[in-house]
Ligand binder design. Structure first.
Ligand SMILES: [Zn+2]
Length: 167
């Protein structure tokens, strides 16, 4: 399938000495190493316009740098998807309390912060853990990072929990 607007592999996929171009693993804009993400996430989360730029057989990486506008970049082709190319806000790249941190079961950052404020802790990590164990999660396609949100959830809980010294 030939996709309109898809640039072929940069440099034709070959170095000048004929060896294959090494895969791009660092974000083209912030230079942080991106994490490999399954195509299923891009497939589900990209806007229609952005989706038309998906290359056949390309591998993508997710940039998690909070201040960087890049969501995904291709390992071989010069394809970059920015935050505006996604249908959902990316947890790592927004400070909006109403953004989702768990995309499968739709927990917002503010839900967890409110619970911690009210009760001093959060039952969300345990609830999500159980749902994942039961096979109800679809992190690979629901979460822009393409993997389970539990690490991010714990981070939100920890940040919302007052330090002992503050109490
Ligand atoms: Zn980046």
């Amino acid at each position: 399938m030939v996709l309109e607007g898809f640039a072929p592999y940069a440099g034709g996929g070959m170095m000048s000495d004929g060896s294959p171009t090494p895969p791009v693993i660092a974000c083209p804009e912030c230079r942080a190493t991106g994490r490999k993400v399954g195509l299923v996430a891009l497939d589900a989360l990209l806007t229609e316009e952005a989706h038309s730029r998906l290359g056949d057989g390309e591998c993508y990486r997710f940039c998690k740098t909070g201040s960087c506008d890049v969501a995904y970049f291709g390992e071989r082709a010069a394809v970059i998807f920015h935050l505006t190319d996604l249908r959902v806000p990316v947890f790592q790249k927004s400070s909006e309390p109403s953004r989702l941190v768990c995309y499968c079961f739709e927990y917002k950052v503010s839900d967890i912060e409110d619970e911690v404020r009210r009760t001093g802790g959060s039952t969300v990590p345990a609830v999500i853990g159980q749902k994942c164990k039961a096979g109800l999660d679809r992190c690979e396609e629901m979460n822009p990072q393409g993997s389970c949100c539990l690490g991010n959830i714990r981070q939100v809980v920890q940040q919302a929990t007052p330090k002992k010294a503050d109490v």
